[in-house]
Structures are given as C-alpha cells and as structure tokens.
Design a binder for this molecule. Structure first.
Ligand code: GLN
Length: 239
C-alpha cells in the first residue's frame, strides 16, 4: 500500500512538472565568436551569453549551456537536443525554412581579413584565383562558396582560420565584422577589408515546433530593449 501511494505521488509529480513545462532550457552556442560568446577560464562569457541569461530570468527558465561546433548547432536544434541557439547566428531565409527565429538583436556585415602585405585583395571579386578560409557553415562560407574560381578552405572555428591566414596557408579569411575586428586587435600583421555583401541580422533560433518558446523569447527581448538592459549590454561589449 505504501509503495502504491509513493508511486501515485511520483506519477502526479511527473504529470505536474510536465504540464508546467521544464524549468530549464538547453541553449547551444559556439564560444569562438568574441565578443558575442567566448570562454574565459573555462566559463561562457559574452554579449549573447548575458542577453540569454537575462531572457532566462524574464521567462523563468534556467539556462543550461551547450558548447558545440557552429556547424552542429542547427542539426542539434532540429533533433531536439537543444531548445534554443544563440550564437551570433544570422537569420537567413535558408535557415528560416528549418527553424524559428526571434526578432533581430544585432546587425552585422562580413569582412575580409588579410595579411598586411597583401595588396591584390580589395573586394570579394578580387579573391578569384586565391585560397580563402571560411568557417564551416557560417554565412561567410555560403557567400564565398558562390564566387567562382575561389579555392575555399573550410575550418571548424574562426581561431583556426585566422591561424591558417597568419601561417600563409590561405590568402584571406572572411568573417563577421565584430570577431574580425577583434582578431585585428589581438594579432599584429593583419588588416581588414570591407565587402559589399548585404547586412546580416543576428537572431535567436528556436525549434519550429516550439512557437510558445519563440513568443516568450520575443516578449522578453522586447522588455529588455525597453527597460535599458539591452542598451547597457551594447555599451558594455561594443563601446
Ligand atoms: N553570423 C554568422 C552565421 O550566422 C556566423 C555566426 C557564428 O560564427 N557564430 O553564419
């Protein structure tokens, strides 16, 4: 009898938890994208990380961070191994076919990184016949892969791409503007070149079958933009 009561209690508790939804969410990112996400003494830091923690507070969910290769994030979300992705991820039309995106929270562009002595690369077009490093699955990968005659070399992370550039294994690397600027700051002998690619909007990705969570995240973002929290984070990381 006692066992039966305990069992019934457990079933009730499970049902209750299930009905209320889980208290924590798994959020995937690739912490190689300063200042949006990076590791400091093994700890996840950055603009996206703080923004997502604030969103978590607003919607009453504890954030459980998952550190993954950028290329693995979307498949993990689609197979429900993740609830959310925040990773400086551009809300492209292609990706919108597979996942939901929140409203945009940052506008970015693509830049070309080259060694200082490089004089014959001044645009995307001029990269024809050159070997160009991109990061697997990034929007930069998609853009450079469309240019005919470029020898595209794909790397798993931005750090690896920049190392290849410094070692002259590639002639250029194409990367989002903020991390690119940071590599210029932290390395001598590199320079930045603008591209004429369209501006990109970063947004938070949620599984297609979780409209409720997408709406909650959007609502929280709205509040954070109105109450000054978003501006504070912008100031902290970009000024
Ligand atoms: N914005 C780029 C993309 O979405 C790169 C993102 C990233 O490296 N974290 O592909």
């Amino acid at each position: 009898m006692k066992k039966l009561i305990v069992l019934c209690g457990m079933i009730l508790m499970c049902a209750f938890t299930f009905a209320k939804g889980s208290k924590s969410i798994y959020v995937g990112t690739n912490p190689e994208f300063f200042p949006f996400e990076y590791l400091e003494n093994g700890e996840m830091k950055g603009f996206d990380v703080e923004l997502m923690e604030k969103i978590g507070e607003k919607i009453g969910k504890e954030i459980k961070w998952k550190d993954m290769a950028f290329d693995g994030l979307l498949p993990a979300l689609q197979s429900n191994k993740l609830d959310v992705i925040i990773a400086g991820m551009t809300a492209t039309d292609d990706r919108k076919k597979f996942v939901n995106f929140s409203q945009a929270y940052y506008t970015s562009t693509q830049k070309i990184l080259v060694n200082e002595e490089t004089n014959d690369i001044d645009s995307l077009e001029s990269m024809k016949g050159k070997s160009v490093g991109v990061i697997l699955g990034y929007t930069g990968d998609v853009a450079v892969s469309k240019i005919e005659g470029v020898d595209v070399k794909r790397y798993n992370g931005a750090g690896e791409g920049v190392m290849a550039l410094k070692a002259k294994k590639v002639d250029a690397v194409v990367l989002d503007s903020e991390p690119a600027k940071n590599y210029i700051k932290k390395n001598t002998g590199l320079k930045l070149i603008d591209t004429d690619l369209d501006k990109e909007e970063y947004a938070i990705a949620v599984s297609k079958d979780n409209n409720e969570l997408t709406e909650e995240i959007d609502g929280a973002l709205e509040e954070l933009m109105e109450d000054g929290t978003y501006d504070e984070l912008m100031e902290k990381y970009f000024n």
